[in-house]
Design a protein around this ligand. Sequence first.
Ligand SMILES: C[S@@+](CC[C@H](N)C(=O)[O-])C[C@H]1O[C@@H](n2cnc3c(N)ncnc32)[C@H](O)[C@@H]1O
Length: 378
Amino acid sequence: MKYFFQPGRMSDLAWAELCSVVSNFAPGVVVKRLNGRIFFVDITSGTIDIIKIFQRLGGFIRVGEMIENLDLFLEYFNQKNITFGVSPDIYGQGNYIEVANEVKDFFKEKGVSSRYIITENTASVIHNNLIDDGFELLVLDLGKDMVLGRTLAVQDIEEYAVRDFDRPNIDKKMGMLPPKLARIMVNLLGMPDEGTVWDPFCGSGTILTEALTLGYSVLGSDIDKKAIRNSNANIEWTLERIKFNNQRYRTFIFDILDPDRAMIKTLSKTQIDGVAFEPFMGPPQRNIVKIGRAQELIMGVSDQLKAFVELTRGINLRGKKVVFVNPSYKSESGWVSLRLNQIIPKSWYRSFSNEKLELYWERPHSIIRRNILIYTVK
Ligand SMILES: C[S@@+](CC[C@H](N)C(=O)[O-])C[C@H]1O[C@@H](n2cnc3c(N)ncnc32)[C@H](O)[C@@H]1O
């Protein structure tokens, strides 16, 4: 069976996330990318739960199956009426209205009356209950051929909004990661379905709560007492909402720039399977910054990254992945970024370093771009 995955806005980052999750949960399955807007996997044998894989992902909007012929809709022939959706997200030259009318004619021939809704976004798929009570079509471009796809699941946008805005404690001044990005970062660690993730700049705990939701145990540390209180409250709230598999969590105060020796010793004896973090990037910036200010901000990030690398020498992270945000700031003279080659040891292996891939997360018109780096510690 052939499946398609539709990424959100950050398609390169989504691509890296999908490859990472598939290599772990469906080893041997190849993810094909014919263009930046839709990816395909072909599952020839075994019992791979494609919806479960999709539900782990933070960077995707839809997953679906490719339709070889319309007889797939046989199940609807005993119905009098059927409502289906057709997405205007077209990949290639196909005309989705034409396709929708052809499907309508097909049903008419079989004596079933049908109507279609143009599904402008995934919310309309959910609100019209199209997955359970009908179906949604997509016209997919396979390079030389055009084929139809049927949606199997869509991203639960409302659940992400609840996790983003309804958690008990947030701290906008310190900067918060969007939960979708936190989830992508945890997935990029490529860990099997168990293990412990450490976030040494945990803030309100977005990475920690997404990692718990994915089934991992977590360690969170931060210089700030209030951040630890916020993380604890958000973790407790999350644990009440998710199916909890006895994962463990521990949070503690820890200054990366002046690390407590006793704590380093404890960390060196603690099993850590992956580290994901966003360092402190300065107070939220609303306007384009002066070049001097941008340089000041990246120097702050540089100090934290250097301190983290130094710390890894005392903690056994060999062979483990580290995924972190390296911000770029929009200044009057263009984007200013920290060069990592002086900071990250040459021996650390960088994944997805292909120059053509732009692994970053950015809000429209934002003046901060979050570049996502993935390294394996040597
Ligand atoms: C950008 S926030 C992290 C946001 C977090 N991922 C979230 O979504 O809530 C950075 C955090 O780094 C912490 N921090 C700043 N300097 C630190 C240091 N020297 N050691 C450890 N944590 C530090 C801040 O207190 C802040 O909570």
